[in-house]
Design a protein around this ligand. Sequence first.
Ligand SMILES: Nc1ncnc2c1ncn2[C@@H]1O[C@H](COP(=O)(O)OP(=O)(O)O)[C@@H](O)[C@H]1O
Ligand SMILES: [Mg+2]
Length: 343
Amino acid sequence: MAKLELKDIRKSYGSVEIIKGIDLAVEDGEFCVFVGPSGCGKSTLLRMIAGLEDITGGTLEIGGTRMNDIAPARRGVAMVFQSYALYPHLTVKENIAFGLKVRKVAADRIEELVSEAVTMLQLEKLTERYPRELSGGQRQRVAIGRAIVGEPETFLFDEPLSNLDAELRVHMRTQISELHERLKRTMIYVTHDQVEAMTLADKIVLLRDGRIEQVGTPHDLYERPQNLFAAQFIGAPKMNIFELTGSFEGLRAAFRLDRSARYCGIRPDSLTIAPDGEGALAARVRLTEYLGNARLVHADVEGHGSVILEQPAGAEIATGSRIALSARRDSIHAFRENGNRIE
Ligand SMILES: Nc1ncnc2c1ncn2[C@@H]1O[C@H](COP(=O)(O)OP(=O)(O)O)[C@@H](O)[C@H]1O
Ligand SMILES: [Mg+2]
């Protein structure tokens, strides 16, 4: 069993606190993604779980056992890094087997484990190659193979796909998802990419500046962002946010929003162009971007700035034209002055 529990976990470097009290449970077999902007503390938190960084305060439990002071090798975790960290002078097979040899696992057992991993990761034709003879995606598969053969209860991934080109990233993402399906082990995956978080996670942990902003399923974070930060971090293009003051007071009535609402958010695919010109917001089209399956329209709203809306690819919208925007009431997200969601 590898349920993880973090209780008020903290990390300081000198007098600077980087991780500011994290409470979190990761269930056995769950795919949990830590996501957030660069520098928010994702890697630090993951490395504390791995045992590569000391824990300044709080308690880390894995499978009900306190792990704060347990050596990394005895936590039942394996980590896969962005940099692959392969040994250049060892072949693919030797790289995958290395940790097992160090642990003096019997030779026939090593053979068995390596061969299973090689098959699972489709590395059969590459076993005698050296890392320099492999593509980025192949190297990353070897790094994952090295983690698999250790039969960890928990896999820790730190931005494993960041060095790959876009197409390969999508391919490897599905492979990691399938690996989770097959192994059914607990996985914690760090990324700054909200698309990776949305596609891979059972549970997303959204971090900002050493604190948790929201924990939930991808659906929770998209449909019910708990604050303005979550609302704007998840979803691309970003949610449009309007402050309900001055000339935008009118939106409060138009969308029948509560008095406590200070901001309202509307996703680009929820904003529509009112055919009769009678919309809640007047805007002028600045430019449009054709994406094949959709068209993104960037429009200026006086006193607010730019908004983005997503239209069907075939929509004919001339640059410079005036449009009126509206949205369905049930697609509106409302937030208080402190940024927290209402309802
Ligand atoms: N060894 C260190 N000494 C001092 N500050 C550090 C150290 N490692 C990381 N930090 C700081 O901790 C913060 C979080 O870093 P990190 O966990 O790497 O962020 P992320 O992985 O989310 O990009 C950053 O502000 C970084 O500068
Ligand atoms: Mg990092």
